[in-house]
Write a protein that binds this ligand. Structure first.
Ligand SMILES: NC(=O)c1ccc[n+]([C@@H]2O[C@H](COP(=O)([O-])OP(=O)(O)OC[C@H]3O[C@@H](n4cnc5c(N)ncnc54)[C@H](OP(=O)(O)O)[C@@H]3O)[C@@H](O)[C@H]2O)c1
Length: 302
């Protein structure tokens, strides 16, 4: 089956931009649901204001699949109480608004594919995490649990629901990599904390391809990890970026206490260890273009 019309929430972001391009190339019609007006004439942009509970009621016209990517940036600001609320509401109230609209207005939507994050498992040492693993009890874990629960509220609407627990998306255009690469580019590359923490990474093209895979294979349901099959440690990642950029890699590491002082609880994002399995998505015949980090970095910086 070939879905014709895809509505993307947060389609202006890193993954949304890449996915929009791929879908347009494949002949899909794409619309966005955004806080802004949108500047791309190939796409219809509908507006919403999640805080005020406002949504353009026409946004579901002709749409059969919704991709839910909207959410305030997890690592953009310190986690104050207010910011934590924003991180959660921008993901949960947003999808709730869409479901309310679907209940009120007849529509064609049959599939919801939503981002979630490997933050679901949070900081877990060397444990290999599968989709069956329990969520972490910290803020990241809680945020992902309520996000996935909000997405699952669509079950009574007879929808096929897919949640993709995304790791650190590697791209030159945004996300964590440019920030990680900056000290390395300046010749000051060094691991963070012990450097032994596992980083669940994925190349942007594979992330975008996995969304397409979930759109086109309607047997895919429920939850999948969105990570490359060969995880690396923070030290391996830092060394690999330094090698690719032909810059030095230094010792000692940046000590954990310093990162905690600088970043507060947010330091969990760089100090946490999350070793995540890609086996379940591989069992659906998804093929990674970049299963290995060295090849992914070569493509990104080559
Ligand atoms: N990139 C990663 O490494 C990564 C890792 C794990 C999980 N994820 C998840 O995957 C999803 C997409 O990731 P991404 O990297 O493409 O994110 P992104 O670049 O930060 O884009 C997210 C989009 O969400 C919308 N948004 C931001 N704040 C919002 C708010 N307060 N209320 C409503 N909408 C808001 C924005 O679109 P408009 O300005 O058009 O409204 C923004 O472009 C996110 O939910 C993210 O948490 C990403």
């Amino acid at each position: 089956m070939h879905n014709q019309h895809i509505l993307i929430t947060g389609g202006s972001g890193l993954i949304g931009k890449g996915l929009t391009e791929l879908l347009l190339t494949k002949g899909y019609t794409v619309s966005h649901l955004s806080r802004g007006k949108g500047h791309d004439s190939r796409i219809k942009t509908y507006q919403w204001n999640v805080d005020r509970g406002q949504i353009d009621e026409n946004c579901l016209t002709g749409v059969d699949t919704i991709i839910h990517l909207a959410g305030a940036g997890i690592a953009d600001k310190r986690w104050t109480k207010k910011r934590k609320r924003e991180l959660i509401d921008s993901r949960t109230k947003s999808i709730g608004l869409i479901y309310d609209l679907m209940r009120r207005k007849p529509n064609l939507v049959k599939h919801i594919i939503s981002a979630s994050a490997t933050g679901y498992y949070s900081n877990r040492g060397d444990e290999l995490l599968t989709e069956e693993s329990q969520p972490a009890k910290d803020f990241l874990g809680y945020c992902c649990v309520v996000w996935e629960q909000a997405v699952d509220q669509g079950k009574d609407l007879n929808l096929r629901i897919v949640k993709l627990r995304t790791g650190v998306v590697l791209s030159k255009k945004g996300g964590a990599l440019p920030q990680l690469a900056l000290p390395i580019k300046l010749g000051m590359g060094t691991a963070l904390g012990t450097g032994k923490q596992w980083i669940p990474w994925i190349h942007i093209e594979d992330a975008v391809d996995m969304y397409l895979h979930a759109i086109e294979n309607t047997t895919i349901q429920s939850v999948y990890n969105m990570v490359a099959p060969y995880p690396v440690t923070n030290k391996q990642l830092t060394k690999a970026v330094a090698k690719q950029l032909r810059r030095p890699y230094w010792l000692p590491n940046v000590p954990s206490f310093l990162l905690r002082v600088m970043l507060g609880k947010l330091s969990l994002v760089v100090l946490g260890s999350t070793k995540v399995s890609a086996e379940k998505i591989e069992s659906t015949n998804f093929t990674f273009k970049y299963p290995k980090l060295a090849d992914a970095l070569k493509n990104i910086y080559g």
